[in-house]
Design a protein around this ligand. Structure first.
Ligand SMILES: [Zn+2]
Length: 150
């Protein structure tokens, strides 16, 4: 049992969202209060709420290729306590296992954002990625040389 800092009611741990930063791994406020707070926040910060919604719908768009039923199931699943965290961890796992594809997608996003190239061809992304790696190597080499010269 845990007491909610907002309504002061003692509730079961399952009534609290997960929060990795907390000592007990749970939010200070119960799910019900958290929902009230987030609704109030959305009302007070319409722009940021819009941005959050945009991010969320982008996530849903990424699931393109899945059936509507699967998407709906995901949309429901992600709102349940702890699942957003799980999804994030899964994403990290995927990134570690598919490092090359992940870096390429980062480069592709950068090219779009900074150079206005939408959906850059694979070859270009590889080239940019190689250039970055070379720059990194050069930096490392410079550092080593500096350390030797000390
Ligand atoms: Zn509460």
């Amino acid at each position: 049992m845990k007491r909610c800092t907002k309504c002061g009611v003692e509730k079961d741990e399952s009534e609290f969202h997960k929060r990795t930063k907390s000592r007990d791994g749970l939010c200070y406020t119960c799910t019900k209060c958290a929902n009230t707070i987030s609704r109030a926040w959305a009302k007070a910060n319409p722009e940021r709420k819009k941005e959050a919604d945009r991010k969320y719908s982008r996530k849903i768009q990424q699931l393109e290729g899945f059936s509507i039923k699967q998407k709906e199931r995901y949309a429901e699943w992600i709102t349940k306590p702890g699942n957003a965290e799980k999804a994030r961890l899964n994403g990290d796992k995927w990134r570690l296992e598919n490092r090359d594809r992940f870096y390429l997608s980062v480069v592709r996003n950068d090219l779009k954002r900074w150079n206005g190239i939408s959906s850059a061809p694979h070859d270009l992304c590889v080239m940019v990625l190689d250039t970055r790696a070379t720059k990194r190597e050069l930096r490392k080499l410079n550092q080593t040389i500096k350390e030797i010269q000390k």
